[in-house]
Design a binder for this molecule. Structure first.
Ligand SMILES: [Zn+2]
Length: 244
């Protein structure tokens, strides 16, 4: 009995993967919580990875994906929402495993160097936190570079990638479920305690531009925001925080 309890606790602690949206919401989406950030999988004709954690997260990412029913061997594409070290860290490893990497044009210099880039903190906590964050990752050359928009049909997904500069110059979002679900990387974040409360992200290269992108997505009718940190968060809470 004791052994069963211990095994259950170990299993619960080790379970970094869960479904966050179902087909009833328009598209099934799973999240794998990694050392610094979330990676996601969207289920379509083929699964699609969105974001790739930090360097060193590859084992946890692939095992989480497998438990959600999306082994890497079944995946054709991964979208990197931006080239920060906690989102692009295993892109090169995924590429070597045969996954096509899609990333924004404005972040190409960072991906080629494997460099997080300037932090531009939005508050005092972020100024402290930056010293703990990963800085480097294995450089990569994206297979698809998004300057404006990219249709995900070749990846087996009914959806698109939109260039949304702001958090970084090359930030992109993934829109699925006929535009009702947006996977937005770090346009904003969930609260540290209440993870479904929207908050200004710790770092923004261009905060005004990032917040304008949030309003653009609200105007397009996005119902659910799937985030790099915390979330998902429904439209009404995002509109209350960032809307006009
Ligand atoms: Zn970021």
């Amino acid at each position: 009995m004791k052994l069963l309890v211990v095994l259950a606790i170990v299993a619960a602690c080790g379970d970094n993967a869960r479904m966050v949206k179902s087909a009833r919401d328009g598209a099934a989406v799973g999240t794998v919580e990694l050392s610094w950030s979330n990676a996601h999988v969207v289920f379509g004709r083929l699964p699609l990875i969105v974001d790739a954690g930090a360097q060193g997260d590859f084992g946890d990412l692939t095992s989480g994906l497998r438990r959600l029913g999306a082994p890497v061997s079944s995946i054709r594409c991964a979208v990197i929402t931006h080239a920060h070290a906690d989102h692009a860290g295993t892109a090169r490893a995924l590429q070597l495993a045969g996954v096509k990497i899609i990333a924004g044009a404005g972040d190409v210099p960072r991906t080629w160097e494997g460099r997080h880039g300037p932090h531009n903190p939005t508050g005092w906590f972020a100024r402290l936190l930056k010293h703990a964050l990963p800085e480097r990752y294995k450089p990569f050359v994206a297979d698809v570079i998004v300057t404006d928009r990219y249709d995900l049909a070749p990846c087996g997904i009914d959806g698109e990638v939109l260039a949304t500069p702001g958090h970084t110059p090359g930030s992109v979002v993934v829109l699925v479920a006929r535009g009702k679900i947006a996977l937005v990387g770090d346009l904003f974040r969930g609260g540290l305690v209440f993870t479904t409360s929207p908050a200004v992200h710790f770092y923004q290269d261009d905060r005004r531009a990032a917040h304008a992108q949030i309003r653009m997505l609200l105007a397009r009718g996005v119902e659910w925001f799937v985030l790099g940190h915390g979330g998902p968060i429904k439209r009404s809470r995002v509109a209350a925080m960032f809307g006009d």
